[in-house]
Design a protein around this ligand. Structure first.
Ligand code: NAD
Length: 512
């Protein structure tokens, strides 16, 4: 264990990002004098309070929604490349603040510094991608069946977007949505996790400065509050033309039902239960490194964390013993220290949930190979844990947001694929093999049923250029690259008659 962050360093980071001891929790073009209960942001590495944020109540949410509608009416008139220029400047501002913002992510959420910085880099990459997209919001043109008619599709801004985010990516997930929604011409309101309010404040301050310097409308609204005061009103609000919600399956089910009831649109990015299949012919050293990062990185608190490892019988024992050795050497401690590989869990509830899941796993016949305990010190530290398991254990179908890796053995790829797919979630998956037939088979419709399928790469750490998201209970949403921007726009099919006749489609005749 390494030392935990000094309080003076925490103060320095907060001050450099303009965060005081007590902060308003909503922005709609101005910082609102929010009167809700204070949310205490806690450093998970020490268990101590970092600062407080006065939470937004439904009245402040309403003020944000009114402002978002007004901002949308102005913003949609800006050309898409002009909107892209604002996002370009946002990327520049993030580059200037990368070090401090990355440190804040580590301080408030607990991920190690290289991952905190990586998260800010992901925001920058996302902005850069969106700038390019702002000149590529293409529609198709079609040949009309009617003479002297022209038909094409165009994409219009959608309207205000509600963005609900989880604690584990406290800044990047906002950027995945906000950078793209902005170039598409949408305004938005961000409801971040109550566990990471300072990250949301810092990002909104940076974004607000960029908007103000350019005389742009306040499209990047913020309402920090709980699910009752902000989350539920947002889901029920018909002004929010899209609700993009990232979090647990339970949250997605609740939000999805409310939005569906008003026939609104959702983009759901929910929990995963990701698996890696390691074949007998795999490069085991490569597989080991990939499994370690994917299972232990972010202390197992990524939606794409590897939670299930399927080992072909011939290499199973060798791989298990390599893993046990590697787990023994993982340095746990202060996420801001250079030699730390694993920081704390986010809070004491997460630690309790992990311990309960391990008790259940033991009751169901699982055998802990290494780890399985709390680390005896202040903060919310646990040991990364390997559990020998069978697919008959119901607990292995659940996502426990902690560093537990279940190990299974199999004989054939068909058997492993079936076991891999036999969970309700469908986010990320991977196979390690040097056999082209096995690799390609895993990528067919009969192979992985996930939104992401990798060969000789772990399940976490996706690049922003592709569309990101998952199937089944993961919610079906897609964000980031490829054509994911279409979720933030409305499609319009236009047909123009430049002739003197009025022919009807399908040969219908209607003459009076
Ligand atoms: P969570 O579901 O507890 O909370 C997520 C957000 O939803 C928070 O802002 C919370 O306040 C809000 N919320 C909860 N219930 C709500 C309701 N009824 N109405 C409106 N808002 C509500 O999740 P968490 O613990 O913060 O994050 C961990 C979960 O997020 C994991 O399941 C993880 O897999 C998932 N996640 C998924 C992705 C993805 O892209 N698929 C990315 C990150 C995290």
């Amino acid at each position: 264990m390494t030392d935990v962050t000094a309080p003076s360093e925490a103060r320095r980071i907060l001050e450099s990002l303009g965060i005081g001891a007590d902060n308003p929790g909503a922005w709609n073009g101005s910082w609102l004098a929010t009167k809700g209960p204070a949310i205490a942001s806690v450093n998970p590495a020490t268990g101590k309070e970092l600062a407080r944020v006065r939470s937004a109540q439904s009245a402040e949410y309403e003020r944000c929604a009114i402002a978002a509608e007004a901002a949308f009416e102005v913003w949609r008139e800006w050309t898409a490349p002009a909107r892209g220029e604002i996002v370009r400047q946002l990327a520049e501002a993030l580059r200037r603040q990368k070090e401090e913002l990355g440190r804040l992510v580590s301080l408030e959420m607990g991920k190690v510094l290289s991952e905190g910085l990586g998260e800010v880099q992901e925001m920058i990459d996302m902005c850069d991608l969106a700038v390019g997209m702002s000149r590529q919001l293409y529609g198709l043109s079609m040949h009309s069946e009617r003479p002297q008619h022209r038909m094409y599709e165009q994409w219009h801004p959608l309207g205000p977007v509600g963005i609900i985010t989880a604690f584990n990516f406290p800044v990047a997930v906002w950027a995945w949505n906000a950078a793209v929604a902005a170039i598409c011409g949408d305004s938005m309101i961000w409801k971040p996790s109550e566990k990471t309010p300072l990250c949301a404040l810092a990002v909104t301050k940076i974004a607000a400065d960029v908007l103000e310097a350019n005389g742009a409308p306040p499209i990047f609204g913020l309402a920090i509050g709980d699910r009752n005061q902000v989350g539920k009103p947002m889901a029920a609000d018909p002004r929010m033309r899209l609700v993009s919600a990232t979090g647990s399956v339970r949250m997605g089910r609740a939000v999805g039902q409310v939005v569906a009831d008003r026939l609104g649109r959702t983009l759901l990015e929910l929990g995963g239960n990701n698996g890696i299949i390691v074949m007998d012919d795999a490069d085991l050293d490569l597989a080991l490194r990939a499994v370690l990062f994917a299972a232990v990185g972010t202390a197992g608190q990524r939606c794409t964390t590897t939670r299930r490892l399927f080992l072909q019988r011939g290499i199973a024992e060798a791989m298990k013993s390599k893993l046990v050795d590697a787990y023994r050497s993982i340095t746990i401690g202060d996420p801001l220290a250079a030699d730390t590989l694993m920081g704390p869990l986010v809070d004491t509830v997460a630690v309790d949930d992990m311990m309960k899941a391990l008790d259940t796993a033991r009751e169901q016949g699982g055998k802990v190979l290494i780890g399985g305990e709390r680390v005896d010190r202040s903060g919310f530290f646990v040991e990364p844990t390997l559990v020998e398991a069978t697919v008959q254990m119901p607990i292995t179908c659940d996502e426990t947001f902690a560093p537990i890796l279940y190990l299974f053995e199999f004989d054939t790829l068909e058997e492993a694929s079936a076991q891999h797919n036999a969970v309700p979630q469908g986010l990320s998956s991977a196979i390690f093999t040097l056999n082209m037939r096995s690799a390609e088979r895993f990528l067919t419709a009969a192979g992985s049923d996930c939104g992401i399928a990798n060969v000789n790469i772990g399940t976490s750490g996706a690049e922003i250029g592709g569309a990101f998201g998952g199937e089944k209970e993961t919610g079906g949403g897609r964000e980031a690259g490829s054509d994911s921007w279409k979720a933030y726009m409305r499609r319009q099919t236009c047909t123009i008659n430049y002739g003197t006749e009025l022919p009807l489609a399908q040969g219908v005749s209607f003459e009076v």
